[in-house]
Design a protein around this ligand. Structure first.
Ligand code: PLP
Length: 386
């Protein structure tokens, strides 16, 4: 299906609501049946019918259809956060005694799930460097049932060869899942490479306006029904209709926003790489990126993150750089309209905490929708101080 069809029309049944162009927010927890017979029939399927909003809500359903089509899967679920999406999908596929292989340094709360939560239920894990499939293969144990990937990775953008990982996992009967938030469905479709479950933090690019927290799980009918039936209905992790409506609105401009963010980041990354005050730049579509070839093979673009290392050995110079920088907000998260910086230096010299494994010269930029030349002017001013 054409991307434009998905973003503009799919899932919308306008005749049912006065031909309104924008769908209604069905702000109702509950849905009535016509009679006893319909009641008897409908209650057997909470996912397909409109019974109660913890199960299915018509506004959320529009969003689910669009997201499944974007990832090329049969169905999708939307929950209250990206962390929740990861947790729901993993819990549904794990039992006591199982072992998970996960790429090292995944998103922080994914790591926390494996380190501090799942062990309480008897689930073990191994973190591996996923840049080589052989490392994953070597970590497989007789009880390994789940492989969790994140490509590109959060801070330094390591990739995994998704096709090779999926093939390896299939041979061993292992379920595969990938966090596809960085690329968005526009630039990478893991299902095409044989991955079973795709998750997104919908908080970032999918909603795109820094005003809703939500998470997405995409997969086959069978997989989605399994996650829904036990984890979603039991643990009650859902998105409300109003937030779902905001994400639908955000999706209207997904293509414009994500392309703009990628293209601006590409321009800024190229420029930064030649800048005398910058030691090194990481961006998957720079030819200097260690896995540039793989990026070109399995992605058609990437998220607008750039990780740069400033050329200095003094944390004071790094601090002055950030004092000068005016057009980037200091903030975590990403994927909205606004450009952001995460200074690694902010995690240094924090009382009661160890310094992080990355140098204080590391800066993670997220490039939003502003004019890239206007952002580079600001960077140039600040880099002068390094
Ligand atoms: C933000 C983020 C998450 C978590 O999503 P939330 O919606 O904040 O729970 C997961 N993965 C990646 C790559 C993220 O950037």
């Amino acid at each position: 299906m054409h991307l434009s069809e998905i973003l503009t029309h799919l899932g919308e049944d306008r005749k049912n609501y006065f031909n309104a162009v924008s769908p209604p927010i069905i702000q109702s927890s509950n849905f009535a049946f016509d009679d006893l017979e319909q009641f008897r029939q409908d209650v057997t399927d909470e996912l397909a019918n409109h019974i109660y909003t913890r199960g299915n809500n018509p506004t959320v359903e529009i969003l689910r259809k669009k997201l499944a089509a974007l990832e090329g899967t049969e169905d999708a679920l939307v929950v209250s956060s990206g962390a929740g999406a990861t947790a729901m999908a993993m819990l549904a596929n794990l039992k006591a005694g199982d072992h998970v292989i996960c790429v090292k340094n995944p998103y922080s709360w994914t790591k926390n799930l494996l380190l501090n939560f799942l062990p309480r239920f008897g689930v073990g894990h191994t973190f591996v460097d996923g840049t080589e499939v052989a490392n994953i293969e070597a970590a497989i144990q007789p009880n390994t049932t789940f492989l969790y990937l994140e490509s590109p990775n959060t801070m330094t953008f390591e990739l995994q060869d998704l096709r090779a990982c999926a093939a390896l996992a299939k041979r061993h009967g292992i379920v595969t899942m990938v966090d596809n938030s960085n690329c968005s469905p526009l630039f990478q479709r893991p299902i095409d490479y044989g991955i079973d479950i795709v998750m997104h933090t919908g908080t970032k690019y999918l909603n795109g306006h820094s005003d809703v927290v939500n998470g997405v799980i995409c997969g086959s009918h069978e997989m989605i029904r399994k996650i829904f039936q036990t984890e979603i209905m039991t643990l009650g992790n859902i998105i409300g209709p109003h937030d779902a409506w905001l994400v639908i609105r955000g999706l209207r401009t997904l293509e414009l926003r994500v392309k703009r963010s990628f293209e601006s980041a590409m321009k800024i990354a190229r420029w930064m790489e030649t800048h005398p005050k910058v030691e090194r730049v990481l961006f998957p579509f720079l030819p200097s990126f260690p896995q540039y070839e793989l990026a070109r093979q399995q992605m058609t673009g990437c998220g607008g993150h750039i990780t740069a290392f400033l050329k200095t050995d003094s944390i004071e110079r790094v601090e002055v750089f950030f004092k000068k920088l005016k057009r980037f907000l200091f903030a975590v998260s990403w994927g909205g309209h606004e450009s952001l910086v995460v200074p690694m230096a902010a995690f240094y010299n924090v009382p009661g905490r160890e310094n992080p494994p990355y140098p204080f010269t590391l800066v993670r930029f997220y490039i939003g929708l502003e004019d890239p030349d206007w952002l580079m002017e600001d960077l140039e001013e600040a880099l002068r101080e390094v």
